[in-house]
Design a protein around this ligand. Sequence first.
Ligand code: ADP
Ligand code: MG
Length: 560
Amino acid sequence: MAEKKQFKAESQRLLDLMINSIYTHKEIFLRELISNASDASDKLYYKALTENLNGISREDLSIQIVINKDHRMLSIIDQGIGMNADELEEHLGTIANSGSFEFKQALEKGQDDVDIIGQFGVGFYSAFMVAHKVEVISKKYGEDQAYIWESDTSDGYTINETDYPNHGTRINLYLKDNTDDENYDQYLDEYEIQRLVKKYSDYVHYPIKMDMTTSKKKEDSDEYEQVIENKTLNSMVPLWKRPKKEITEEDYNEFYKDKFNDFSDPLCVMHNSVEGTISYDSLLFIPSKPPMNYYSQDYEKGLQLYSRGVFIMDKASELVPEHFRFVKGLVDSQDLSLNISREMLQHDRQLKIIADKIEKRIQSELEKMLKNDREKYEEFFKNFGLQLKFGIYNSYGMLKDKLQDLLLYYSANEKKMMTFNEYVENMKDGQKEIYFASGESYEKIDHLPTVEMVKDKGFDILYMIDNVDEFCIQMLRDYKEKPFKNINQGDLDIDSEEEKKELEKVSEDNKDLISTLKDALKDKVQDVKVSSRLKTHPVCLVSSEGVSFEMEKVLNQMPD
Ligand code: ADP
Ligand code: MG
């Protein structure tokens, strides 16, 4: 017997946490295990197609569920790719570090009512929510030796050689005993299992089968008899292939959460079937919140790629442009060759055509949302607006035409978010520039002396509080031929002729004071002027054209 191994320290803690502190939705364990079985079948089927393996047809790749009431055992069996000893060790002995990190973060935020399991790719471990002992018997396709991984959660796992007739994996769950608040027996009930499969795994494109007892009328008699039938529980048609009018919002939401490991419903769903020189179905989602790792290095953009319903690749990054990298989803096309590799993908012309159409689709969806559902759009913008600004900046303004109308900025007068177009339409007669001011927060900007004065004259000002804002504005330069103007920078031409004359006079009258100030401040300032920018404040600092104070701050923060 092989030595008993300890879960890595962190995994141990994580397991304890998970099993003991999350009581909601225990039932999702079944979805997780079926998803794994489906993934494993996909992997084998894909291998068979690309390597021309004989003897594997899609029809053989079913998933079986077996209920054994005597042993209080529930089994999930697949004929997929299987795992050898090393893989059992690697995949089931460690929980991804980043996963556990995010898991803990989520717990700290008090999100204890969510399906945390599904989020972090630790799906397998959800089995321990319902089972006191788990066995994984597996034989890797193409190898002769089968192995059994066993664990009763509390003190690690063992891996031993075993006999198993065919390739694939069998997971045996020994269900916990019922407690006062928890009924584990329900997972031994055929109808409950059927319900869970329908609810969570209906679109899995392999048949999920189970022996079910049904009453059948005997032939030539009025009597009924109990017969056992191996029934397929799921409809198998992938969600994106089903007629749109039959799909409910709930279907989309469940699908999204399951597939893309989110615990919130998506903000927006885009489902399209495109026919043409290249035909494809796409199902795209905008999350309601950025994923936890969104702003970190390990966030990977991309869409899942399917060819005729067969999964090819998880994150085909070519399919979404950088400025829409928050979009999740999948594309299924019958016109792609099955054995495309990652390298070939980059050069695939057809893929490029799909990518262009997808970009347009997202673009128009956002425009539509902005126009028809402002509240939702503002919610979107709060979460992902930064990405659009970076899009403009990183493209050196090439994306100006596409993205400028999707930006929102806070309006000083209206006290709400506003598009450039709305600003321009509300401009005062004779106003030639779009005024903006930047700072750390709306409140701080509100108190800037110049802001006070410009507002007082009845002009509106857009407030900018993101680091990237001024860099983005620099790339945009103007909107509908109205240049952007930082009101704290350079000359501000908003005075009437009379006011200008008045200012000249005041300057003239105070010549001595100004030259005294200039002498005193010497190299610290470029110039000292009498200003019309002030209302209640005695002085203000203004930067000359070029790099503004706010930009200087950002630049100083950047690593060399
Ligand atoms: P995820 O599915 O998100 O990768 P899981 O915890 O559900 O995380 O599974 C961990 C890994 O274990 C999988 O990525 C896969 O490599 C392996 N695995 C789990 N179940 C099976 C199975 N039935 N057949 C083959 N491999 C499996
Ligand atoms: Mg999984």
